[in-house]
Structures are given as C-alpha cells and as structure tokens.
Design a binder for this molecule. Sequence first.
Ligand code: N01
Length: 549
Amino acid sequence: MANSENHPDFDAVVIGAGFAGLGMLRKLREEHGMSVQVYETGDGVGGTWYWNRYPGARCDSESYMYCFSFSKEMLQDWNWSGKYPEQPEILSYLNHVADRFDLRRNIQFNTRVTSARFLEDASLWEVETDQGDRVTSQFLITGIGCISSGNVPDIKGLDSFQGEQYHTGSWPHEEVDFAGKRVAVIGTGSSGIQSIPVIAMQAEHLTVFQRTPQYTIPARHGTIDRKFLEETVKPNYDDLMERARWSTAGFPMDRDERSALEISAAERLEIYEASWAEGGTRFLSTSFKDVSTDRRANDTMAEFIRKKIREMVQDPETAEKLMPTDHPFGSKRPLIDTDYFETYNRENVELVDIRHSPIQEITPRGIRTDDHEFEFDMIVFATGFDAMTGTFFKMDIRGRDGLLLKEKWSEGPKTYLGLQTAGFPNMFMITGPGSPSVLSNMPVSIEQHIDWIADLLQHMREYDIKSVEAEADAEKAWVVHVNEVAEPTMFMQANSWYLGANIPGKPRVFMPYAGGVGTYRKKCNEVADNGYEGFILGTGRRGAETVKS
Ligand code: N01
C-alpha cells in the first residue's frame, strides 16, 4: 500500500524483465536515481528469450546488433559466438546484463501483474499481483513484449489428445525428447520454420501442417566471423549503432535506393543471387526501395524465391504446396531459415496442406483432417501469438474513470507514438502498438523508447510536473497516420498477425508503425523539442491546468 497519498511505494513499476524491463530499470535507477520495482512472471530474466526455448530458436538479427548500446564497455567485452544469436546465448547475455548492473534486487520473479488501476485523486497507479502484492507508483511502464501471449487455436477435441503437446512460445525448460516419436508441427511462421528442420533430424516421423506457404531466406548461419567482429564491428560500434538508430529497420545497412524495375532483368538477377548467397538479414534489408510498396517490384523478388524453392525441393508436388503465391513477399513477417525447404527432401518428413484439407479435430491419438486421420505421439503448436495487445488484455488495466484498456482498444489499439494511450496518465508502453517495434531490430527500438521515456520523466522532475497524458486529438491523429503509412505497403495484402488476422474476432487493424525507425525517432525527438507536443503535462489533479514548461 502507499505510505500516504503523495508518497507512492515506488517511483515506477515496470512490468516484465526482458530487454525492455531490464533496460528501463537500469536507466531509471542508475541514471535518474528513481526507485523501481519490476514484476516478472518467469523465475528468471529474459522475457521472450526465457519462454521461447523451442529447438532451433534464435534471433533473426545478426548478433553484434542484437544487444544494448548503453554500455560501451559491454559492447567491447561481450563476445557472441554465432552469426545469429541462439536462444541460450541471448538468455546468457540478458543474465549477464542483470548481474553486471545488479538488477535482480529490484525484480520480483514468479509474479504476474494482474491489475493496474489509476487512482485519480492521488494521481498514482495501484498495481496488484497474483502473489498478493498491492503497491503504488507514480509511473507504470510496460515492458511486456509484443509477441508474448501464445495462441493455441481453439480446435475441436484439443484437450482429448493423449500424447505430449507443446506451444513453441512456452517451451519446457527440460529437454523434450523427439527420438522414436511421430511428431506433428502445426504452423509455419518464424517458430515453425526454425524448429521443423531440428525436429525432423531427431523424430522418427514429422508431419507439418501448413496453412500458408512462406517465403523464407537461407540464414547462412554459422559461427561469427571473429576477424569481422574485432576489426570491423568493435572499433566502429558508435557509428554502427548510430546508423542503426536512423535506419529503416534498426540495422546499419542501407537498402538499394533504386527501383527493382529500373534495371535490366539480368542485373536484377545478379543482385538477387548475390544477396541470396549472403543470406539472412542482408537479403531482407538491402532490397530495392519499392519492393515493399510496388507489387510489380515485389513480384520480381517473390518469383526469384519461388524459383529457389523449386530448385531446393526435389518432389515437384511438395514444392508446389510450399509455393507462396497468395501474398507478396514481406507482407507477412520475413523469415530466415536453416535448411527449411531441404527438410522436405527427407524420407521422414511429410507436408499436409490444410488449406485444401483443413484440420477437423484433434483426437485422442492425433489429428483428423478432411480426408485423413493421423496418429502422433506429440503435437507442437507453432501457431503464434495474440500479438501486441494480447498481453495487455490479460491484465485488468484501468485508467481515468475506471476505463478498461481492453474496452478502449476494442476496435484496435489506440496510442500516441506507441508510447501512451489517452486516459491512462503516467502509463508508458515500451514498444507499444503504433511504434516500429516488431518491424525493427528490437533492442534499437527498445532503447529509443527507454531513453525517450527517461528524458520525459527527468523533464517532469525539473519542472515539478506530476502527470503526463496523451491528448485525445494527438492520439487520433497518430492512429490515422499509422494507418496512412501502412496503407500503400505490402503489409496490407496478407493475413498476418501484424493485422490481428491470426486471432478469430480480433479487429483487422495494422498495429505497428511502418514508417521506419529513423523517421519515427525524428518524430519523437520533435515532439520532445516542442515541449512534449501532444501530451498534457499537469499537476496530476483532474481539471488542473497544463503546466507550462
Ligand atoms: O507465429 P506466426 P510464430 N490452424 O503467427 C499458423 C517472432 N519470432 O510463433 O500464416 C492452422 O508467425 C499460421 O498460419 P497462417 C516474429 O516476429 C521471431 O512463428 O496464419 N495453422 C502460421 O503458419 C514472428 O513473426 C523469431 O495461415 C495456424 C503459424 O501458425 C512472431 O514471433 C522466432 C492456425 C503461426 O505463425 C510469431 O512467430 C520466432 C490454425 N488455427 C518468433 N493458427 C526470430 O527472431 C495459426 N496457424 C527468429
């Protein structure tokens, strides 16, 4: 409980101990001397990387850029081993951060925040947990991740299955043994694409249930090139990070500023072949400027990938089933893989196209589709997440007048800059809907939010401002802008979780900001420079006039 109306238990409560929560805690405690309490559901730090332990899990950002930049010393002395960081290594990194900056003493693990209520008279947040905590804080900051509420589809008979079943997003900590087992994987998004080749190597038989074929690019994963790290990366980290901050997707790479259509087919092919050979992030980030906005330009890349699939998959019928034709390249989350398509050349792997023969039910012994009954020892759900809003809605978050966040966002998330939502004073979201978050290299976007929020909190202290709240009009305009930016892009031409299309009944609204990390940063900086334009800075009392600063 609060000590008194005006003395909250903490300056800030932060929800989640992943990249966002750890970074926010360090920043506010170490640089601003604030008292911070973090609540974390897991029994350790890591967030996404604590929960997603499925076989093959790793990040699609190259490791040297998938880290915090606030400590120059840590950038120099942390050594990644893989070109792409694997889940255990990212988890070790985040544990290292927690130890190095002594963060655990302000984190309460095994604790889920169940509700957060804005107390208008005191202008404080009252936060409750499933462990019986009830505390107050001036600020409430969510670091709950964008893709953290696992979605197991409501398939008839789900609970009747007598074998083992897992969701990739809440994988057991103990090793799962696939040897000698008949395994089903449902879903071919990032998690499916990464786990399928690994499971195929261990299981007796693997059946993949695919609803939408995917474009995926070979990662060319391997151990990190030490020479590159020591000679090109470490001496130039300041520059690399700065370039990433002002880039489109949070990587220090420039896309090709030409149109895919302004060069000859032969030259285009040569470029595609070269970046396919490099693979992964490079193929994705250095593509032509109009691939994301012009369907004809996009088709050149999509057709290139389809040709590669035909070359990689030996059985033409299977290759045809794997062919993405109903959505443009990049309209769903771009994927990078290791031996994904080649896995279908294995004797023990079978592909079931559930668009043509949908799953009817899960039975005690397996899965029944329209035209076949399969028996399994194990089902792996790689079926994704109720992204961007799902985790918010699991908590009872109430702003002014008891307004429930879930109700406010019933037609889709409404935020100003993805940082605040009107009616919820002093509540901030790190990488909330309406920010570039999931369309970017996450640590870059997370740090930008952390710094921006911390600067605002500092400003409030300096000017004795007690509350900050997004203006309804500014929020409305930002929501319109987010939609306008997304409208001409390929993102609108697929059924993706970006649009909430994977969750039955979820409003079809494009949730992240597609204007790019650099553009977004510029906008946030301008807002701050203009006296936090679009935010109401006040005394914290209803009806009190805005504090001029
Ligand atoms: O989930 P997804 P994910 N019946 O939603 C299918 C991040 N991430 O866990 O495409 C049958 O992408 C669904 O089919 P469809 C990353 O941002 C990053 O793989 O909707 N199938 C799809 O194939 C990523 O985008 C990394 O038709 C059903 C799959 O399940 C996000 O997390 C690694 C179904 C779900 O794909 C989510 O990825 C992992 C149903 N009822 C995750 N419902 C890296 O950085 C859904 N599907 C590498």
